[in-house]
Ligand binder design. Sequence first.
Ligand SMILES: [Zn+2]
Length: 378
Amino acid sequence: MSADPIPLAQALMRCPSVTPAEAGALDVCETALAALGFAVRRHKFGAVDNLYARRGQARPNFCFAGHLDVVPPGEGWASDPFSPEIRDGKLYGRGAADMKTAIAAMIAGTENFLASKGNFEGSISFLLTCDEEGAAVDGTKRVLETLAAEGETLDHCLVGEPTSEERVGDTIKNGRRGSLNVAITMEGKQGHVAYPQRAINPVTALIETAAALKARKLDDGALGFGPSNLEITSIDAGNIAHNVIAARASLKLNIRFNTNHSGDSLFAWIKETAETASARVGARASFVIPSQSVCFFTPPGEFTALVSEAVRESFGFAPELATTGGTSDARFIRNYCPVVELGLRNETAHMVDEHCAVEDVRTLARCYEAVLRRYFAA
Ligand SMILES: [Zn+2]
């Protein structure tokens, strides 16, 4: 009889592991993995607990990775977000899509692989964090640094983020766009709108900056990626008066970028553009980068083909490779080994009444098992 991922998924969803709390979710995985013969280690950094488990010593080392933390539930759920409920073949609860179910599917798929295969040449490992939805500083990144310092090697990695769009298995993410957030503060000189010659209007400098930034076509796309895009998300002087030129104004922007750029090169361009505009009116620009993430790409090849074949075998159709959507911890993993992401549908991720189809989790477990079978086919 094959292992069912659903009871394990429900056990994980009962843990209110809002970032960075593990709330017992890592304990559940530790117990399940230890029972399958994994050597489990916890890696705690600050408030964040993480887990790395490995079964076997030989290479290649195939790693399943993911996060057990979830975003806060918010209000208006039809049922308790941390009391998973199955209604009409759907499993409801926080983490049903993003991504406790996928971790349950990885563990069940591994159990079934081990039961059918017995001995195999190589290792299977799990890298689980509770810091993906938050700062992502003390999670996957720190664990990977620690493992690398100890000489631990990952050869290939599959992250279980919810990558699927219309039906489960339709999308494998083999890269992600980079993201850069920049906040510009322009300092001018307050004054009367009737006497602008005595004031320095920081809004003028920001409008000019915004126009110059938007006027540039960043690129036409790159292998595996669409064109990079810049969006101004706010221009604000916090000014309640109509007859006053404000002393200070701020602009916020985000760029989603492909392999043609780096966060550094884009920031240098933004800085130069804003400084040119500020110099023209005599204002002074300062900059903050609230957050940024790198762009990564695993070129289509043997590994992406192997995962695609496992999808075709389990779901009955071929997936697409894509690099769209937000960032994930795969951006850290890609510094160590080829990495792809494959998981459930992302339709209800982070939403109220987050859910997934029960049968999809079972098929995903069979798919992960098929990945292992193909990977370790000697
Ligand atoms: Zn996620």
